[in-house]
Design a protein. Structure first.
Length: 402
């Protein structure tokens, strides 16, 4: 017989990882991050330091693409020369191409109707709100002690200071997982919204197939087709053609061959490229690791691992299988951390499992440091592989305890 689930109070009052210590560690890290961001702002805005980029620099790309789409048509957002001109009118040192699908352009289409500063504030506030609501829902049985670690999570701060969409996609994917059991049709609609960054939804159909969530799978397929169809009707074929050309160029110029960008990618592919491997060899290495990750997940999902473990594995695997991923995308790790924290509260956890969770919580900070220094190796794939192994181990322990 399996042991009864524990009350949802985690961590216990004794041991090396007590609530009081977590509060101290998280509060200290939160304070440090606030100070660092304030110093960053001061150096860029007040001291005019040329080597310090503006906060939310990637949001310049979104706002500029929106501006072009509004004034010159959606396809113009994929014209690199036009985009460069608009970006540099906002922030002169800036140029990053817009390589997102028309579904994302459709989502951000109205933001340039707001002044740039107002749009940044609104975008950041939306991201924080979505993030906190998701984490709160994921740890629902627990007390309010979740808030400080959630606010101190480095992945959230990296998504904010870069101006990226990771908190939005995290909220969409996490909401889908949390609603599968209660609102399968709505969960499918949420999965469909990942069309704004479709690579993050690549494992969801496999997860739904293995877990036999047929209603959610059908809903996701229907709403995905509906969403893409609406965007096509609104933007036309030319926009999709322009996106395809821009994506091909981005893949070759940036994702595969820009060393500065690749250093910021905590993936197996990027680690191999930085080590000097060819593009082909790097993809093969990444595919080998990705194959093992997917096989592990299929085993978990097909052997009826409890839903928390299956969902956490999906979130971890979603990050691990991406060949192109930047440190700010590690904000997605808030989802498995929150889900597993609640699972630890119900079923207990040993030192190894706690250590793996803490390492995952901290790894976005390491990924950013590795990017900015250019000398540290990226370690995120190893940490996430270890967390996936911990998830598999917990499933085996639960299965043998029955």
């Amino acid at each position: 017989m399996s042991s009864p689930a524990r009350p949802a109070t985690y961590p216990p009052e004794t041991g090396w990882l007590t609530p009081q210590r977590i509060a101290i560690y998280a509060g200290t890290l939160l304070g440090c991050q606030c100070i660092l961001v304030a110093m960053w702002w001061w150096q860029h805005v007040v001291l005019k330091a040329r080597d310090i980029p503006m906060l939310a620099w990637d949001f310049v790309v979104y706002w500029s693409a929106s501006s072009l789409a509004i004034h010159h048509g959606p396809a113009s957002a994929y014209n690199w020369a036009w985009l460069r001109a608009v970006e540099q009118s906002v922030y002169p040192p800036m140029f990053e191409p817009f390589a997102y699908p028309p579904t994302f352009l459709f989502t951000i289409y109205p933001i340039a109707a707001l002044p740039f500063g107002v749009a940044i504030v609104a975008w950041s506030a939306l991201g924080i709100a979505c993030y906190l609501l998701l984490v709160r829902a994921a740890v629902a049985p627990m007390d309010r002690r979740w808030l400080l670690p959630a606010l101190a999570f480095p992945g959230m701060w990296l998504a904010l200071v870069s101006g990226q969409n990771a908190l939005l996609t995290l909220a969409i994917g996490g909401t889908a997982l949390l609603l599968i059991g209660r609102r399968p049709v709505v969960a499918g609609a949420c999965i469909a919204l990942l069309c704004i960054k479709p690579q993050l939804g690549v494992l969801f159909p496999l997860f739904l197939l293995c877990r036999r969530h047929w209603t959610t799978l059908a809903s996701a397929a229907f709403f995905s087709l509906l969403y893409v169809g609406l965007v096509w009707l609104a933007f036309g074929t030319d926009t999709f053609v322009a996106f395809a050309h821009a994506l091909t160029k981005f893949q070759h110029v940036v994702a595969e061959n820009s060393l500065a960008t690749i250093r910021g990618a905590p993936t197996v592919f990027a680690i191999a490229r930085v080590a000097g491997a060819s593009v082909r060899t790097s993809y093969l290495a990444h595919a080998a690791v990705g194959g093992g990750v997917v096989a592990t997940c299929i085993w978990l999902w097909r052997t009826n691992a409890r839903f928390a473990l299956s969902a956490a594995a999906l979130a971890v695997a979603t990050i691990l299988v991406q060949p192109y991923l930047i440190y700010y995308d590690l904000a997605w790790l808030a989802l498995p951390v929150a889900i597993l924290t609640a699972d630890y509260a119900r079923h207990g956890a040993d030192r190894l499992e706690k250590a793996a969770l803490i390492a995952t919580w901290l790894i976005p900070a390491h990924a950013f440091a590795a990017t900015t220094t250019g000398t540290w190796p990226q370690c995120a794939p190893f940490v996430l592989a270890a967390l996936l192994a911990v998830i598999a181990r917990r499933h085996l322990k639960a299965a043998t305890a029955v």
